[in-house]
Design a protein around this ligand. Sequence first.
Ligand SMILES: [Zn+2]
Length: 165
Amino acid sequence: MKCFECGVGKMSTNSDAYRYYESGLPNVILHGVTVHRCKECGAEYVSIPDLEGLHRTLALAIISQDGRLSPAEVRYLRKTLGWSGADFARKFHVTQSAVSRWESERATTRMSKANELLLRDMVARGKKIEDYDKLMEDIALEAAAAAISFKLVHERDGWNMAQAA
Ligand SMILES: [Zn+2]
């Protein structure tokens, strides 16, 4: 196999570890993938099986970490959901420049904890954007249904929750 980059080098093929920089995350290493390397120019090509499964597993690993999400992780999760920056802004009711700041290593503004939790929840549910509006409707319905079950009684000492029948 000739190198696609320089056209002259011979490609070596190895099962190897590969730093998955295409993810946009600094420290993702894939083990046991097929890596082709040009002996002439050093170009690398990698064959990654089941990309969808990889992205899903990685996304779940990110959201199960303690601590705040890094800007690179926010960007990665947003892409996992299939959202553009504009989609992200619209769904979270913020401006596109706010989204840019959330995803920028240089910016000092981070997502609020509440928004971070929502993003983690969206990823955990594996929702794509087309499901999102439906999900929000469901949440609104659940909230409305839940609200009906709060029964309050005004008594001598003030408002109290009614005892369940
Ligand atoms: Zn080459």
